[in-house]
Design a protein around this ligand. Structure first.
Ligand code: GDP
Ligand code: MG
Length: 373
């Protein structure tokens, strides 16, 4: 065929559909997002954008990343957002104890007494009113599977190392993951309450892996803590905020939401239940949404305290229902303005996933793009 719809073309050339519709309008053509364009119209638009013949264009029209990455909204609306933190470290070094301890002592201020619900992530409010989001998906699973799917959700990693045990294989693994993802590491030297604690040994051993403590002239923040007694945890959270400030984490609460799946499962009564981390924009009940290869409308949202909420801003984890299928951890989600587009993108992604299990993207140049249409 020698035709494409506006949305297909927008994906191929990486431009907003609305922009294309406007251009067509200026050329005297009234169109909608699903308007079928003939070869002449396509060439006009391409020429107008000055799309180079050599330019590489993704032909995968079901690629959510195009929507995910398309900058939207007014940059002036961008605001500071809470950091998203992952805790990593060797087995038994105290990751779960630390997550529980932070959660129990810092349950969202003013919400004390709320029934905490396990949704795979939670948010705490630190003394100065700033928030921090923790992913509490067990082990390294969250980090590794999400990264494997191309999702980058973590802003800061807390590397837990037991002071009575030192650097172990999974400590090194965690360091490598964080480095590969270019996520800053804060070292929590745990179990300081134990008589056998030897923090100097931990510092010494980590030096060999490129993590040199500030005390020794390096740049890595080390915080001695006891996840069991709670000692040092306030200091640790302060350091997380310090590192986040340097990173200048920003998001635009006014745009349509995008983000990633933290975890998801099928519930007998509720159907597909997914915990989403909103990475940019604001997610609202009723939003038409595509999540991985599933889609629908956000039917209900529950926060980490088990309470029903109507909206969730940047860096907020929420559990949602309303999807037609169960997505996977690390899948991305994108909210669309209208349900029709969400359905169209969702359905084409679902059918593509069925037909083509290979995740390979076919890359073509504009030169042979027209031949393939
Ligand atoms: P994980 O495998 O990294 O999640 O480690 P856990 O949080 O399950 O902790 C393993 C064991 O170490 C448990 O028995 C904890 O009670 C204990 N533990 C964790 N943190 C501390 C600490 O700060 N001090 C002491 N004495 N024990 C701790
Ligand atoms: Mg654990």
């Amino acid at each position: 065929t020698e035709s494409l719809t506006v949305i297909e073309l927008s994906k191929k050339i990486g431009r907003e559909p609305a922009e294309i519709i406007k251009k067509l309008f200026l050329l005297g053509v009234m169109s909608t997002i699903n308007q079928v364009l003939d070869k002449d119209a396509i060439e006009l638009i391409c020429a107008d954008y000055g799309v180079e013949v050599e330019e590489e264009i993704k032909i995968d029209i079901t690629d959510l990343d195009v929507f995910f990455e398309s900058a939207e909204g007014n940059p002036e609306d961008s605001e500071e957002r809470p950091p998203v933190v992952t805790i990593m470290g060797h087995v038994d070094h105290g990751k779960t104890t630390l997550l529980d301890s932070i959660r129990n002592t810092k349950v969202t201020a003013g919400e004390a007494g709320g029934i905490t619900q396990h949704i795979g992530a939670y948010q705490v409010v630190v003394e100065n009113g700033k928030k921090i989001t923790f992913l509490d998906t067990p082990g390294h699973a969250a980090f590794t599977t999400m990264r494997a799917r191309g999702a980058k959700v973590t802003d800061v990693t807390i590397l837990v190392v037991a002071a009575d045990d030192g650097v172990m294989p999974q400590t090194v693994e965690a360091i490598n993951h964080a480095k590969a993802a270019e996520v800053p590491i804060i070292v929590a030297v745990n179990k300081m309450d134990k008589p056998s604690a030897n923090p100097d040994k931990v510092m010494q051993e980590l030096t060999e892996h490129g993590l040199v403590s500030e005390a020794w002239g390096g740049e890595t923040i080390f915080v001695p803590i006891s996840a069991l007694t709670g000692d040092g945890i306030d200091n640790l959270l302060e350091m997380v905020l310090l590192v986040s400030e340097v990173a200048e984490l920003k998001a635009n609460p006014k745009r349509l939401a995008i983000g990633s799946v933290i975890e998801a499962q099928l519930d007998k009564g509720k159907g597909s239940v997914a915990t989403l981390l909103v990475q940019d924009g604001t997610l609202r009940v009723g939003d038409p949404i595509v999540v991985g290869h599933s889609f629908g409308r956000v039917r209900a949202m529950i926060n980490d305290l088990g309470r029903r909420v109507k909206e969730a801003g940047p860096s907020t984890p929420v559990e949602i229902t309303g999807l037609n299928e169960v997505p996977k951890a690390g899948d991305r989600f994108v909210v669309f303005e209208d349900e029709k587009t969400a359905r169209q993108v969702g359905e084409s992604r679902a059918s593509e996933a069925q037909v083509n299990q290979r995740s390979e993207k076919t890359r073509v140049t504009l030169d042979n793009l027209f031949d393939q249409m």
